[in-house]
Each structure stands twice: as structure tokens, then as C-alpha cells.
Design a protein around this ligand. Sequence first.
Ligand code: SF4
Length: 767
Amino acid sequence: MEKRIDSNLQIEGEPDQWVHSACLLCSNGCGMDIAVKDGRIAGVRGNPDHPVNFGHLGPKGKHAWVANNDRQRGTLPMIRRHKGAAMEQVDWPEAMDFFIARFRAAWDQGHENLACYNSGQLTLEEFYTLAKLWRGGLQSSNIDGNTRLCTATSATGLMANFGADGPVASYVDIDQADLLCLYGHNVAESQTVLWERMLAAKKNNGGRIIVVDPRKSPTVRQGADLHIQLRAGTNVALMNGLIHLLIRREAVREDFVNAHTSGFPMLKTVCDEYPPERVAEICGIEQSILETAADWIGGTEKMVSTVLQGFYQSVEATAASSLVNTVHLLTGAIGKPGAGPLLMAGQPSAMSNREAGADGSYPAYRNPHNEKHMRELCALWNIPFDDFHPEVPNDILTMMESAERGEIEFMWVIGTNPLVSLPDQNRSRKILDKLFLVVQDPFVDTESVALADIYFPTAMWGEKTGCVTNAERSVNLMLKAVEPPGQARSDFDIFIDVSRRLGFLDQDKKPLIGFQEPRDAFEEWRRVSAGRPCDYSAMTYELILEMGAVRWPCNARHPRGTERLYEDLHFWTGIDDCESYGADFLTGNKHTRDNYKHIDPKGKAFLKPAHYRRQPNPVTEAFPFLLNTGRLVYHFHTRTKTGRSDVLNRRAPHAYVEIHPEDAARHGIALGDTVEITSPQGTWQGLAMVVDSVRQGEVFIPFHYGQGLEAANQHTWYARDPVSKQPQFKSSPVALRKLSFGAPEQWLVDRLKELDGSMTVPFAMRT
Ligand code: SF4
């Protein structure tokens, strides 16, 4: 991809300074500089020397920084003295006293009475500090990040084959590949700059792109050479069908499989049951499409596969994603230039959370069921192993169910907006309302803050220093450019304060969290991560500034980082290396160390089979459509940042529903009409988009929009993948009816053009 400097500067003349940073609005983690004028952020520009984006920025990166200067930034803490009372502004000492008193009161009932739900928006240093506080200090298993909703399956899918988390290939491999397979990944909208890089690679290499997606998304329109438009919920059947054909056509590299993998006979037995005729019928696709895909996949070793929400947000998520890795292992397309699976993250710091352990993992991909790993962690933290009780953390939906039963009373929500993002919004609202809820956020007006009993105002991107890891293991450093407004504090400072006030000490009676600055936390993290897959031991802030970004592992063997994992074809599957002893794809039951002793592949990769199973919530006569939810190019998550940009909002001010033209005709619906969508969970009302981006019998609503009638999560539910516990956001049965005629506004007409391919989804929006 050629260098270019995209910028958006909203002042006359030059800023006072440019400060090194990275975009925090998707997992691409584009390098950028922040313009500072009179102590305020005044714009951004892409960094042309950054190895991820070469100066390119997408619409969100260019425009969402205005959120920093928004009037709804929180400047003082607030507390609600009792349920039903109004929130009142107080100073930090009073807010902290109130927090600690309620925290201790809940803790007196048992440490599992408290829960923490954090964000993919914190820095590595903040995640590490929080993980140390919660696991080393409180020792509660109730901690999760909003990565659970987005890309938790990336971690479990990678562990299933390779023993540990860690995206295998990198963007350098995308540059060199001649086949890109995008599984459930609408990259043209979710990571626009990565899409530019993919299109440049395709052009340079004369390569091809396969897209697997029930929607004819902008990615399909702009770049697919083959679109597998399968039925929602049939990913595992598709993968089994592809593997069946690879075996039948002798495209499997037997020498490679024998030398480097374990489990082929059982995989073959299962995939024998998926001949193309059966798979075509299950998936609702032409058999020839499947055969062409198998031909292309079997015909090259220079193949990179990306995986995202279309595979992750499903009840068979881990199985389907692991089978993508399996295809690479069967064809030998791994561990060499231009080849490898790249199970994507959604937010740039989601990866940092997985590494540091403030979600479903333990620091540096340690295995909580391996005594050696936990003894090592206790020694690093200087806490007694005999008093340490590591437990696998609960996922957010399990915590919500516990709260519903009254088993959790106190929840600390950090930098995320669960009222909008969690499934089954009406149920989630009732549960959140019942809790003693602390919300720590840069903005005072989010839907979740409205339910809070305590509000802590925080610094955001540009107002604090720290690292974030992108989807291909590149670690960026974001430097503090300006002060946060009023008395807002960084999450990092709040965690240290809370730990000190709760009296968490190490075994020398010194503060458990002994550092005061992000750089000191990073130095400790380098020691904690040493020797593990995400090894930072040779990485420094200076090295990151010099290189723009550094891919881990970065250690004595790879002092300037590592382009791709597993070049030696030795995987993290040994019994004392692996991050997890694995779990059954169907039930989620975890294997024990004793079980693992019998299957320990000692450094070979696993090939794990999975049978297709019918969706637990099929359409019915009353609810005959399947609802899919997903992202728009103009917004990020629940719009707490992008919703504050006029430029972005003008392009996508409201939710809408995509309806296939034949379904629309049967219901007398035209573009711009108001329609109602109902399900057993709730009611949605909004505008109709009539377009063949969706299959007949399926509809699509973007999930970004708040509570009430515009919220797609009116209809989603608490079903989840048994292993990754990622919710099924992609197929909920619903009914559709027209409410009233309407004339489409210009933004809806423009969106239609983006979806039908007559207008290109913008890369940079040069407004
Ligand atoms: S692709 Fe866009 S949103 Fe993602 S990091 Fe880059 S500029 Fe930000």
C-alpha cells in the first residue's frame, strides 16, 4: 500500500504540536499524530511511516476525535445516595469513600458478590493494573471485558488448535498472499484501512478474494471474486464441506499433517459425512460455489484467512473458527511468508486485554489450571501461592444471570455501555437496574450512566499514555497530548487509588500495585510476559516510537518483534506450555490436566472436528425472518464517540433495516417506509432499506443505536457459544410488518447506493 497522509485539521495554520498516537476506533490500530492547539485536540493526521497504515486513515479515525471536546464530557464524579434519588456531583474523596464503603459491604457477602465489566478501550497498562487488582487483590472470578461480545472466540479458536491465543499471520502476509479468505468479515466497513491494504495486495499479486457472508456486504461488492452467501448459522457445515473436498481432491499435505498435527483420522471421519451435495443444501448455496472455493484454497499455500463476527457471534463460534485454522494446517499454509490464519480482534485494545488478563484470560496467556503457571504468577506478584485461588473468570452473560438471581449485587462497569451493547436489552436493563452500578466513563450522558449509582469521569484517548495491541500483534504507543477536562482522571490512576484504599498488599506488606506511572506498569509487564507467547521482554517505549509499532513476541531472539508466529512449526500445545487444556466444542465442558496427559501433542497442532448442528432458535410461523445485526462504516460500537461527530452522524443518523426486495414486495414495503420488527423479546421500529444485500427470509439491522425502539438488541438473546461464551447476535427469529409510508431522506438513499454497489463506501471521506 502506498504512503499517503490523511488528515483532518480543524484550525487555521499550524498546531502548537503534533503528538505521537494511534487510532483507538477499531482493531487496525492505525498510526496517527494528534494536533494540539491551545491545550485542546484540534485534529489528526496519519503517520506515513507507520507499518500498519502508512498514513491512511478511515472515516472514524479522521472524524471521531471531536468527541474529546464534546460538552458531555464528565468533569466531576457523581453519586446517587439511594435508589430513586437524583445523581449529585461530589468531589473525588467523597465519591471514593462512597465507592469503597459499598464495595466493602458487598465484599462482606463474599468476593463473588462483586463483578467487573471493562472495555476494549483501556490501555495495556490499565488492563494489567486492573487484572492485578482483581485477580491478585480481590481474587474474584467475576471479571470480563466487552471483548466477550466482539472477539472472545478469536482467543478460544486459536487455543483450540495452537494451545495459546495469538494471531498467527500479520499484515505483511496479507501483502504477499495470492488468496485472501474472509470468513464473516465485512472488512470494507469494519476496518477500512485494512481493506485498502487487501485491495492493494490483490492488485499487486494478481490474487483473489473469497468472502463468506450471508450478506452481499460492501466488501463483497467491492472486492470479492467469489461470494459464499450461506444461510446464517451454517458455518460449521461449510467448513466441513471445504475440508471434505480438500481431502477428496488430495489437496491435503500428508507430510505436513503427519509431522506437525494431531487428530487427522477423527477429523476425516467427521468430514466424510459432509459431501458437497449435503453441504450445499444445508448452507443454501450452489454446489459449484463450494467446489470452486475448495479448488482455490487447495491450489495455493500463499493464503491468509481472516475471521470476524460472522463466525464469532454464533453458538458454534469456536468450532467454526477453529476449522479455519484447520484448513491452514491441512494445506501447510502457515508459518511462512504470505500464509496463515488471522483470527481478528475488533478493538485495538481487545488484544491488550486478552494479553494482560482483565477478561477471560490470565496474564500473559497463563493457564489457571496449571500450578506451575500460577506459582510463577504469584512469585512475580509477590503474593503467597497457598492463599491464591485462581478460577476461570465468568463471562458477562453468566455474571448477568447471577445478578438476575441476586447472587451479584455490585457491578463496576469501565469504559463501556452495556445497556446498548448486551443482548436482550429489556432483560439486561432490568438486571442492571437491580445492581449497585458503578460506571466509569469519559461521557456523562451514555445510556448506562443513566442507570448508575456512582459515576467516575475518566480521561480518554489523547489524554493519557499507554500501549494498545492491534489485530496482528502490533503494539502501538499512544502518548498523552492534552489534559482531561475538569477533574476527570485516567482509569490507571483510579485503579491504583482503589487498590490502595482497599489495602491490597503483597507478602512484604508493600502495596500490591507498587507502580505509579504507565511506563512503570509497562516495565513490570515486560517481566510478567517474559517467556510466554506474548513476550514483551525486549520491547520498550523507545523501540515502539522508533519503529512506529512492534509485533510481539519481542525478546532476545526477536529483538525487533516477529512478523508471523510458528515459523518453526512448534506450537504452544505442550502440557506445560498451553494456555488451556481445551474444552468440548459442543458442551463447553473443560478438559482437565489428567485428560490432557492422554492427548498432549507435545508441540504439534490439534486438528479438532465438529459436527454441524441446527440452530437452537429457528424461524417459526409467527417469527419467519432471521435477524442479523452488525456494523456500519460510520460508527463504532454504541456511538459514544462517533455519535458526537456531525460528519459521521449525517451519514448514518438512525438505524434502519435491510429487507430483500421480494420480501419487501410481499409486505408492500418500499425504501423509507417505517416498519416494525417484533420478537418474543421486544419491538423495533425504524426505516426500511429495500436491497438485495440480504438473503430472502433474512433481515439486517446495525447494532450501534441506543435503547428503545431503534435498538437491534431488542431482539437478540442470551444464547452463546459453549466455549467462548460469545453471544449469538447473528440469527434471531423475528416478524416484520409495515407501519407507514415514508419518503426516504438523502442519507438513506446514499446508504442504499453503498449497499447496491452503485457508490463506494468511502475509505477516508475527504470532507
Ligand atoms: S481503520 Fe479507521 S477506525 Fe480503524 S484504526 Fe484505522 S483509522 Fe481508526
